[in-house]
Unconditional design. Structure first.
Length: 110
């Protein structure tokens, strides 16, 4: 009976839990590891370009030029997010399943 319950609990946990991985985009001609100085200088360049775009008078731009600026901003935002790796992501379902598993184990043991 206990083996059946353990198997059932394991099945529920494994079916609810998901793993998310993020692949890093690495160009073929660039080394995989970048130096901290290169990263800092690139981020400073991105900040400077964003300030330039904010200071622009966009009312004089054509529709296509505004779209190009928007695309450039989106690409810079993606690049900053890709460089800003860190943190642990745990889904809500995994947390709930873990709590239920702990409760189930405590009930079965006691």
């Amino acid at each position: 009976m206990k083996n059946t319950l353990y198997f059932l609990a394991l099945t529920v946990v494994l079916s609810v839990t998901t793993l998310c991985t993020h692949a890093a985009l690495v160009a073929a001609n660039q080394p995989a590891e970048k130096t901290q100085d290169g990263t800092d200088s690139r981020l400073a360049g991105i900040k400077q370009r964003i300030e330039e775009i904010r200071a622009m008078d966009k009312s004089q731009l054509s529709r296509m030029q505004r779209r190009e600026l928007q695309k450039e901003l989106k690409n810079m935002k993606k690049e900053v997010r890709a460089r800003d790796k860190g943190g642990i992501f745990i889904s809500t379902a995994a947390i709930i399943a873990g709590i239920l598993l702990i409760i189930l184990i405590l009930v079965l043991v006691l």
